[in-house]
Design a protein. Sequence first.
Length: 377
Amino acid sequence: MSARPRILVVDDEEAILETMTFTFEDDYEVLTSPSPRAALGLLEREGPVAVVISDQRMPEMTGVEFLARVFALHPATVRIILTGFADMDAIIHSINDGHVYAYITKPWEPDQLKQVVRRAVDHHALAVENERLVGDLRGANVFLEAVMDELDTGALAVDADGVVRAANRLARDYLGLSDVARGQALEQALPHAVRERVLPALSLDSDAGCYHEMDLPIGRGVRLRLHTRALARPGGGPLGRVILVREISHEPVRRKLDAVVEGLVNAADVSLRERLDAAQSELAALVRELGEMGVTSPGRAELRDRASRTQTAIEYWVAVDDALSREAFPDAQPLLDRMRLANQRWPQQRLPERVRELARRVESYYESGENPKQSIL
């Protein structure tokens, strides 16, 4: 069961404090203080209070002054003031400033006072719930943005009015958007040189969306593939568009790497060694080419890692073959470990035939200790 709402009554007359306690103790947890200064300390010590009810005329400070301090220190607390007609101008001024939620004139009707306090408590509960929901939404947005920034594809959401509602890190990088692009019209958010090429490509030619490839002057240049799809509201009607952006500047390098790997897998030569040496030179050139590209993307990073792993696989195969052909009794366990690691780094499930033969030779040597000292590759 949730705790009862708490109210604080501040008045320099003990009789008023007793009356207020008797009036509200069945519905609320009632705190009282005869001193505004002591009441401020009580608020600090006792924590959140839903409603503060203060008399206007008190020796230390007026009720308006006291509630202004409460407003500055505890803005979520709802403030009510008890006053006579002589102080009405000051009360109206404090209401206009937002310091006071409501005022009760003396003498008050108990039922009227209870209704005002009940509305104030409900107002406080609603404000607290709204603050919680806003906090939850803000936290969810932060989490969602962090997740979107980890995607390997740029993602840009634009509403039906053409206003950017979300843009992850890659979309901002690829399209030259600033970190504050959200809330701006896409036409204004895009750099001029990019805008002229991108905007015409974002039309929706079909329900399945449309694809476009283009070169953009971002950094030293980048080639992108854009896919635009319509977003619909759950009940029907247009919601906006989502634009997916993938960097494809590295795809020619990917095709070169695939050709190198396929060439080795399908090699039918008696000797594979010369092909491996040539492949190492080609792979080194591809790694340099990837490093010199003017754009950083997950695709390029993955491709560079793949080329590097292929280099390592070839390097280990050659080292194992050299050890078996030059030494009578090389240490078998390191050869076996290196061979297995090389095969794991190879970017295809299929291995060159002579590499498979080399793996069989290593396992045979590991089990028998017999080494004919012949090159396999």
